[in-house]
Ligand binder design. Structure first.
Ligand code: ARG
Length: 574
């Protein structure tokens, strides 16, 4: 029985109660069905009596009791009861075993749905900036963005991932000035860190030589006007950086569908500006062209006083393009919280421009990654290059996991691969297991530990399940058929397996991959408790053994499906 069926049953019970005069007439509100965290609230429960109580001014307890009486009298649930005004359902063991069978039948597809059928979402994520290193900030966007993409795809949506590269804007004027003034290398040999250093040098120099800023403006203007020299330098910067980013995406195992960077909109901004003028919502202000936004103290700037376009203009052109091209129902921006105001302005202006028809915008404003005592800062060079982080995580993973005696037989090529999968997994999980909005303090030790809510712990549990299955040696695990009563540990695991699809749905709806993390962590814990306490291969009966193997296979499957949504692999050994 699923949630919809349960809420159907309640609705029926309420209707019967109304017909029999036990409840007065009222419009039946939506009936939420919740998974019970606590045993005394059954397997599922609903707080429906509380909302009815408000409508008809009666005690929730008495309403819940009437509903339960009608439920039990009708074709109702096998067992329903009330507690503290809640209506609780208990499922028979058979029902739980059926759920386990479903997990095994659906395998890799378990947890997926057709909920998003016919709907399209565009997700804007990663978006590093040309000529700057790919820092831990963009790492967050990349990892969370990819997980959200995966969640929506798994829920049946058509998804388009778009890497809105920072490859246009006034910073290129600064970079060109710096290159022309201070660079001694052939342009083609410039690395991303050279470019970064030149950019930092520009900022230092501009503190005293104010004319540099003016010069950089001129150069950006030239770039926008198609000046050959400016274009040439810009192109080399873009190429160098993109090559660098590609290497990082490769390490992370991430592939983004499109990479329509800011420069792609260069020839599409004119149309948006024209539209704003025609609609009479663009106005001159101190030489610049702006859109005033109701209720906001700062306007959106379409053109600066020197005629240069802005990041904001490009985002408006991007919305125009995306809505026209893909007709999405949802556009998600996985970008740091420091751009909150930017997106508020852009969304508001898009609405005024009539670009927000039948489409929702969502900015997932992820928190910062910072040091214990200070922020990361690219401008001052106080940041960890992503690759250093990944390398370090790999090394530590190798130390922690591969020191144990049972792993002595693993050959070194295998070791390296395991360390990579565990190291990268730890870095990703570190980002995904917190609420996106919260800041994260950077702590490598915590990331690669085998204890508590960490990726290595989950991977280890999945490997443990697999090794039980390997030792059992049965080619195909048969679904559970245990006729005896499930013990407490078994029941807790099956309960969790059963609600996985709901967790996927909730995680997608609330843009919270951390719900998947919490869930698979709980599952791994419950499985390990079961594993310590009960025999699997040496179970008392054949029937019990095959049920426990099925339980192990189901756990392994859900861990795998959950980790896959997070973009995390499971090593073969550990
Ligand atoms: N490149 C920008 C930055 O690093 C992020 C771009 C986000 N996406 C967007 N459509 N504005 O700050």
């Amino acid at each position: 029985m699923n949630k919809d069926e349960l809420s159907g049953l309640i609705q029926e019970a309420v209707l019967i109660a109304q017909k029999e005069g036990k409840l007065p007439c009222f419009d039946i509100p939506e009936i939420p069905i919740n998974y019970s965290e606590k045993k005394e609230f059954g397997d599922y429960n609903t707080p429906i009596a509380f909302s009815i109580a408000k409508q008809i001014n009666q005690e929730p307890e008495s309403i819940a009791k009437i509903i339960v009486d009608c439920l039990l009298a009708g074709r109702g649930a096998e067992s329903a009861e009330t507690k503290d005004g809640f209506v609780n359902f208990h499922f028979p063991d058979r029902e739980w075993q059926d759920s386990l069978n479903i997990v095994l039948e659906q395998g890799k597809e378990y947890g997926s749905s057709r909920k998003g059928k016919g709907k399209t979402m565009v997700i804007d994520y990663s978006a590093p900036n040309i000529a700057k290193p790919f820092g831990v900030g963009h790492l967050r966007s990349t990892i969370i963005g990819q997980a959200i993409y995966n969640l929506y795809k798994f829920s049946g949506w058509r998804c388009i991932g778009d890497n809105h590269l920072g490859d246009w804007g006034t910073q290129f004027g600064k970079l060109i000035v710096a290159i022309k003034k201070w660079n001694k290398k052939p342009l083609k040999e410039l690395s991303v860190s050279d470019l970064q250093a030149l950019y930092v040098q520009f900022h230092h120099a501009a503190e005293t030589q104010t004319e540099l800023v003016e010069e950089s403006r001129e150069w950006f203007k030239k770039l926008e006007q198609g000046d050959k020299e400016a274009r040439g330098i810009w192109e080399i910067c873009v190429k160098t950086s993109i090559k660098e980013f590609a290497r990082i995406y490769d390490i992370l195992g991430i592939k983004i569908d499109k990479a329509l960077g800011e420069s792609f909109y260069e020839n599409k901004m004119e149309a948006v500006i024209g539209r704003a003028r025609r609609m009479g919502i663009a106005q001159e202000s101190q030489g610049a062209l702006v859109i005033m936004l109701a209720g906001m103290s700062v306007p959106l700037m379409l053109l600066k006083s020197d005629g240069a376009t802005t990041y904001e203009t490009r985002d408006l052109a991007t919305i125009e393009y995306r809505t026209r091209k893909w007709k999405p129902n949802l556009i998600v921006y996985e970008v740091g919280a420091d751009q909150k105001l930017h997106f508020e302005k852009v969304f508001k202006a898009a609405e005024m421009l009539g670009l927000k028809k039948d489409v929702e915008f969502k900015h997932i404003a992820h928190g910062l990654i910072r040091w214990e005592d200070r922020k990361f800062s690219t401008r001052k060079g106080d940041t960890i290059a992503l690759e250093e982080v990944l390398d370090e995580a790999r090394k530590r993973a190798e130390n922690i996991i591969l020191q144990s005696k049972e792993n002595q037989s693993i050959v070194s090529a295998e070791k390296e691969k395991i360390a990579r999968v565990v190291g990268i997994g730890a870095v990703k999980y570190n980002d995904l297991s917190r609420q996106p909005e919260r800041d994260i303090v950077f702590n490598l030790d915590r990331m690669v530990t085998l204890e508590g809510n960490s990726c290595p712990y989950l991977q280890y549990t999945a490997v443990r399940c697999q090794s039980v299955l390997d030792r059992a040696g049965t080619a195909k695990i048969k679904p559970g058929t245990k006729e005896t009563i499930l013990n407490q540990e078994e029941k807790l695991i099956v309960r969790l397996l059963r609600i996985f699809p709901e967790i996927v749905e909730r995680a997608a709806e609330s843009f919270s991959p951390n719900l998947i993390c919490n869930f698979i962590f709980e599952l791994a814990q419950k499985y390990n408790i079961f594993y310590e306490k009960h025999q699997i291969l040496k179970a008392d009966s054949q029937e019990e053994k095959s049920f426990r193997l099925a339980l192990t296979a189901g756990t392994r499957q859900v861990l795998e499906n959950g980790l896959k949504l997070l973009g995390i692999e499971i090593p073969e050994k550990m």
